[in-house]
Design a protein around this ligand. Sequence first.
Ligand SMILES: NC(=O)c1ccc[n+]([C@@H]2O[C@H](COP(=O)([O-])OP(=O)(O)OC[C@H]3O[C@@H](n4cnc5c(N)ncnc54)[C@H](O)[C@@H]3O)[C@@H](O)[C@H]2O)c1
Length: 452
Amino acid sequence: MPDVGTERNEGAYLVIQFSELKNRNSSVAVVGLGYVGLPLAVALSEHFDVIGLDLNERKIQAYLEGKDPTREVGDEAVAKCSIHFTTNPSYLNKAKFIIVAVPTPVNGDKTPDLSPIIGASELVGSNMSEDTVVVFESTVYPGVTEDICGPILAEKSGYKLGEQFFIGYSPERINPGDKVHRLHNIRKIVSGMNDEVLDVVDAVYSTIIQAGTYRAGNIKVAEAAKVAENSQRDINIAFMNELAKAFDRMGISTHEVVDAMNTKWNAMGFRPGLVGGHCIGVDPYYFLYQAEKLGFHSQIIAAGRRINDGMSNFVVDRTIKELIRAGVDVSSAKIVLLGMTFKENCVDTRNSRSIDVYNGLMEYGVTPVAVDPVADADGYQREYGISLASMEQAKNADCLVFLVAHDEFKGFSADELKALYNEKQKNKVLIDVKGIFSRVELERAGFRYWSL
Ligand SMILES: NC(=O)c1ccc[n+]([C@@H]2O[C@H](COP(=O)([O-])OP(=O)(O)OC[C@H]3O[C@@H](n4cnc5c(N)ncnc54)[C@H](O)[C@@H]3O)[C@@H](O)[C@H]2O)c1
């Protein structure tokens, strides 16, 4: 691990502070222990004394019992780690390096809801000690760290920014449910309010990130990089979704088109589908908000959001159309939705667009059965008031609608799929939003198959 600070700032105070952290004479604190904060705190605890703070008592209790509801690090790692889990913010005064990883959702009107990050800044400011570096990891639009969080920290602490405390920003790039791209092997962007702070931020993250760090020129660049990279994904998926709507009219499967496209050396591999979650479906709105405030009206990013947000309705309409064409009585049909999380192999159901598909079918007078062997079922019930059913309850279906590509689903053979249908149902309609099954194989097996 490069001790960058020592090289560049001989005798500087902040360098001493990093060695204090390394020697465990002072602590690193992580504020907000969710999908981002928990893996980070666990990794840091192998090198530093770590305080893990979350206001959610249920969550802290689970961690104290050695349980990992996010399934990002696993129960064993939580049980074994040395993190001091707490809901008590007064422990923050023992830390000299505080990382904030609280949610940054949008309001009903899609404007940024900064209340959690403002709340966390107030909490940190009221409890931190002098000479602390505070790094924000939450996804924000450029300017939030310096123009909103920094002043709150100063006001609540009574310390002067740049003299008595310091700020930085390091966007998180983890991809929950992804077993290949993990915290340690994803290169991390780091930034600080000046070079000296950046050295410390870089040194702390370099301790845990084997893929190395990228030192952004300043905090706003690091903030912008995050919203730009997620907007880039959103737009590319929107392009595929737009193609999917057009190809549907042409009777062409977009997934098959992508398979063909992917044989070119510079293919990007994006696929059509529902775009939910609290990153790709949200971060572009952060960019749009700030750009609009400055009088810039985005066309591409705004269009991408509109297209992607409209895909659930398209899936609902096509499902109903397929059922009618197959001669199935829609009003009495048992439609089973499979995969209610916002994406494959991830327990997280927040901001999942599956709820739009569910509600869209309800508008046609159908109450679908929602099944997900991976999802956090309690979370789904809490957030949407819908109980997820078991695979057993999926049986006797008239129509199966696969919304996400969980590995569990990919293994289903045509016979196993058939066994889920009502045996009297001659026309087995199967909607495969992510194209996880082979159309040729299922059509050969007698299914009425539709995918994007
Ligand atoms: N989950 C992802 O895939 C991902 C990836 C990259 C970036 N991000 C960004 O990281 C941030 C965190 O996301 P997440 O998915 O970990 O959210 P999360 O909801 O899983 O976790 C956030 C935690 O913060 C806690 N919290 C809220 N306010 C608090 C406060 N004032 N003090 C202490 N704790 C508080 C909540 O109880 C929750 O446990 C967001 O800005 C998100 O956009 C998320």
